[in-house]
Design a protein around this ligand. Sequence first.
Ligand code: B3K
Ligand code: ZN
Length: 885
Amino acid sequence: MDKGTPKAIRLQDYRPPAHLIDTVDLHFDLGEDATTVRAVLSLRRNPARDDAENPPLTLDGQRLELVSVTLDGKALSPDDYTVTPDHLTIPRVPDAFTLETVVRIKPQENTALEGLYKSSGNFCSQCEAEGFRKITYFADRPDVMARYTTTITADKARYPVLLSNGNLADSGETGDGRHWARWEDPFPKPCYLFALVAGNLRHVEDRFRTASGRDVTLRIYVEPGNEDKVDHAMRSLIKSMRWDEEVYGLEYDLDIFNIVAVGDFNMGAMENKSLNVFNTKYILAKPETATDQDFLGIEAVVAHEYFHNWTGNRVTCRDWFQLSLKEGLTVFRDQEFSSDMNSRAVKRIADVQRLRTVQFPEDSGAMAHPVRPDSYVEINNFYTPTVYDKGAEVIRMIHTLLGPQGFRKGMDLYFQRHDGQAVTCDDFVAAMADATGVDLSQFKLWYRQAGTPELDVSGAYDDAARTYRLTVKQTVPPTPGQPDKQPTHIPLVMGLLGPDGADLPLRLKGEDAPAGTSRTLHVTQAEQTFEFVDVPARPVPSLLRGFSAPVKLKADLSDADLTFLMANDSDAFNRWEAGQILGTRLLLSLVADQQAGRELVLPQSFIDAVAAVLKDADRDPAFAAQALVLPTEAYLGTQMEVIDPDAIHTAREFARRTLAKALRPEWLATHRRNAGNEPFTVDAAAIGRRALKNLCLAYLMALEDEEALGLTLGQYHGAQAMTDVIAALQFLSNADAPEREDAIAGFYERWKGEPLVVDKWFGVQATSHRADTLERVTKLLDHPAFEIRNPNKVYALIGGFAGGNPVRFHEAGGAGYRFLADQVLRLDPMNPQVAARLMGPFSRLRRYDSKRRALMRAELERIVATPGLSPDVFEVASKSLEAAG
Ligand code: B3K
Ligand code: ZN
């Protein structure tokens, strides 16, 4: 670091702001060389602070060229203030005053995509978390909420569309080919929700009438030529608006809701008040260009950003440690929305898989942190699976503990108390507890303790007494900075299956009568026993139904118990889970065989279990497609003490090939039955049939015989929907077939005009498990379609290889590690956020063998020794090294 080691910001140092800002009047003069920003702020001393004297005014500002400062109409001279690279400080200010600053900025040179920048010639902004300070001097913290007026002036021909938050108040022309628009946002907001867009954009419009009769104009802005790809996003928006009214009684609060899709964006989307800015990936879709997963992703992200209007914007975060207050809650809301729109079980399975393959590794790696972190160096590094996805699980557990009605009561109270405020996770939990009388004091540990809790459950049936005792032990593993953990409050939803497969009525010892067949046990101690009485025969327990807590569960279930649960559990998630546990057990034993040099054999009982699911597949194709996928290589890694990527890959491919061969006629028949040429729709049923069909083809292609290859080529050339085309291309890119190269080249030729489709093309090649993948990926860095400045391209090619191709990335010589470090160092000066995000795989080095660990450590040392490193990359690299031991 050239500026010395960056300092950590700590939650315990929080102090309310010294000054409040009531109104902000912004004037942007957008130019080709530079942009001038004039800001008029009305400020006053914060009565909530107990400073003895009037504190100095300190505003945040970075990379701003200060032109002038005026206080209550009087121009200040440089003697009246100090300017550092991060701050503007005025030592003496009155109790209440108006401050006007004028600064110049260069959006054209902003490659970090934070603050005001240009994408495809259009101006756009991204302020969360701390980008507003790159636009103007301001108290850039979420607990300073102000009313904004924004006037934008720009060349009319280049930038016909001028947008900001709120309502359009006025507009006009200046006579010199320039025009202007003034936007007023009536709702006080933190500056991270500010947005500005100016460009040559087209829009598609629709309307929504709210429950109380307000007519809202909905507009989606895209680059010319993309108007035919917004229909699904618009429908998703309308569905989200209706759902939030129905489920939470929450209505939209302005007359206009705008979405803008831009091609260069660091993450998925951003919930700026009434002006959401989206990565094109989460807006643009038609069947020819987007996969089913893309369609589902769009529905979820459009909903997520819309739901933020209440959970995030109307009620916001006091400080960035509280990020999960809005993110965990909003992810939970979007998950529930998607479950209501599609298949609940399939959605839950997908969310749990994501949690396990992305969040669990984070929770056991160098960057492990609680849902509410205690400290950070760079806040952008904390937009993590832990804050988002584990945060959503924490909300889901509250939902389970309170029940749907209790949860709704809690939400009502939360808004009643805190509308218009910047609050903490404690405030949220207090509203939930106060509304229902449920004690959540121990539960709050979930916000403070990092690490994935482990549950060890064993059951004992007493024939004579007709009792069944479940003994539950919990431990929370140590994580960096948190060596000792306390038992937390874990809702363990469970049932008991009788010998006929039906749920038994559940009566705990001491209860007068059974209470239901599925119930929540409150696990609150290190070890606890629950005794059920009146149990007629030895039951098979169904534990952690619906994945009721984000824990690792170990249960003493036999293979026969698991097969029984697969066939009979009334909880669909647990039917899937039983299969996964079986699959994981089997694959881990194959991994051990592989490591010991023993011959690999797939037991007939496992083939039979898969055959049974396949036989029944047509009843619920979407579910079957999930149940028939073997646990992923990434997930298997999380289940091992020391991850062995080669043995995992070999074992899993062996199992796939053996299943393919043993059940070949069944895969073929199921493929055929689900490959009908029905008209393309994106409903859950059709998505499920396509998923099942492509899964069958994936198994068949594990054999790479002529028939499979013929089917794949037929699908590749004949299919209309991108889901099918890209699936076929992916199978081909793994195959040894001579047709492979033609297909890859042809795909590019066909789709080179569609950047999002080209991203898929990069992704398919980056994740191929063929031996020459790294060589190919390295070459692709020089492909004319690859742009290091475009985050989507970087995530597809570099991220796809490092994060989505364990066997090739962890190749024993360390070439993958060298490649990743090179790319991180190349990218860091341009875009630190994206560079830091790529480093995820390095932060898990502790989990690998000593040789790989040493190779990764060497790359990390090379990174931290590089002068001028961003705080983003420095934080991840140095923490990874520290934890490496
Ligand atoms: N709130 C934004 C994420 C901002 C990330 C800043 N590095 C998107 C979302 O979660 O809805
Ligand atoms: Zn969010």
